[in-house]
Design a protein around this ligand. Structure first.
Ligand code: SF4
Length: 205
């Protein structure tokens, strides 16, 4: 993601004193980007109350890099070792996950086959609880829409808040299940947070 785009997102969030989670993840290996500590530091400076995390496969996460990220203000690092290899070091702010074979996985809107999918889509709260911004600045329906078939807008053209607000009805209709059968990726999706599984669906504001 261009630095300018990233800084613009963080500046917008700082205006509302954003205090929830920011995750540097998606279809990428975030540690591979040399600018990561700089980005974390910038987010920490402008969003002192946010919970800043990354998801990583651990391949490039050395002890030095870990220390650099902690020094920049990161709160948490989730390392998924799909290959089962142990990490060469253990640290406080790092959670290493193994046993991927026993884990429920997303099928990325039907794009890949997985052994242990969660369930079939009926309702999905992802679009009303998480905001997924791609490197292009496009806000996707969710992290499982790999090809961005359901972009909600692009922050290069509108503010994050404007896009979030104008897409509210659409997102809530995915959450309450009215649109699930009409959206291709949702129809095929097996990994999601589904109403009726103890997950409540927020009311439309
Ligand atoms: S059903 Fe799947 S593809 Fe659709 S919004 Fe939910 S997680 Fe995304």
């Amino acid at each position: 993601m261009p630095k300018k785009t990233f800084e613009s997102i963080i500046k917008q969030l700082s205006k509302i004193n954003y205090r929830h989670k920011i995750s540097f993840s998606g279809y990428c290996e975030p540690v591979f980007d040399k600018r990561l500590p700089e980005f974390v530091r910038y987010a920490r400076l402008l969003l002192p109350n946010a919970f800043i995390s990354i998801g990583s496969n651990g391949d490039f996460l050395t002890k030095e890099k870990y220390n650099e990220l902690v020094d920049a203000g990161i709160d948490y690092i989730v390392v998924c070792r799909h290959d089962g290899k142990t990490m060469p070091f253990q640290a406080d702010k790092m959670l290493v996950k193994f046993n991927i074979d026993n884990t429920s996985l997303y099928n990325r809107g039907g794009l890949v086959e997985v052994k242990n999918s969660m369930f079939n889509a009926k309702m999905c709260i992802l679009p009303v609880t998480r905001l997924f911004i791609r490197t292009s600045g496009s806000m996707s329906l969710c992290c499982n829409d790999f090809f961005d078939e359901n972009s909600l807008g692009n922050k290069k053209n509108e503010s994050l808040f404007k896009i979030w607000k104008k897409s509210s009805k659409f997102r809530h209709n995915v959450a309450n299940g009215k649109l699930i059968s009409k959206i291709k990726v949702c129809r095929k999706c097996t990994g999601l947070e589904k109403g009726g599984m103890g997950v409540s669906i927020p009311k439309k504001s």
